[in-house]
Design a protein around this ligand. Sequence first.
Ligand code: NAD
Length: 252
Amino acid sequence: MDGITDKVALVTGAGSGIGRATAERFAEHGATVAVADADEAAGSETVASIREAGGEASSFAVDVSDEASVREAIAAVTREFGGIDIAHNNAGIEGEGGPIDEQSTENWERVIGVNLTGVFLAMKHEVPALRERGGGAIVNTASVAGLVGAADLTPYYAAKHGVVGLTRSVAVEGAADGIRVNAVCPGVIDTPMIDRFTGGDDDAVEGIVAPQAMKRLGDPREVADAVVWLCSDGASFVTGTALPVDGGYTAQ
Ligand code: NAD
């Protein structure tokens, strides 16, 4: 795909689910991939799968909620690969469910720390790296939870709405530097995060996909393809969008 081959792509949360699928897709399209995750063993599995398929990747440990860790990981990627052209800021957690009056402040701070501050810190340190290369593309993983509300997961929904706002604002700032910034807003996607919600129970899966017009789980590769396209030359005039990849969840 034009604009991906021979580029350096950093993917956070690349040890699992959507991030792993995106890392693999970037590699299939000829990018060198920096697989960044808090779970080093999971990141190494993604690297092994990319290398087995003939791609190029290395693993980097990062806690996206910790600025020193983000700064060091981006410096390490730059040292190893010479720079960064593309970033997919995707690491995220679901946190604990429950109505707002039962939500702990600790859970709020943890979810906001990873899902919102994590995207802020990543872009804060990626933008100068992309500027060094004369421009590039960033895609943040928001969610349908960044576009609509729902009961019982307020910290998560608030964080994802924040990711959409961050995306639009950094898109405006980055335009003069040739840096495009977009978000993907996945619906319910078949990943370990969703397995934790449903416990693999068929009725629970049916319930969770009910708001999606297509009445099925999305495949992580369906999100990955949207991310890769948003980073490609095919999306050269696309910036500041929050693209639903949601089987019609937000169409209704
Ligand atoms: P997942 O749990 O399968 O993968 C998340 C990855 O992020 C894991 O490898 C985990 O180790 C990593 N991670 C967690 N905290 C981290 C931290 N502090 N620093 C670095 N890495 C960390 O989940 P997934 O479903 O693939 O989710 C990926 C992203 O997509 C998340 O931002 C999630 O909110 C979002 N999302 C998922 C769905 C869905 O239905 N699965 C829908 C919409 C949005």
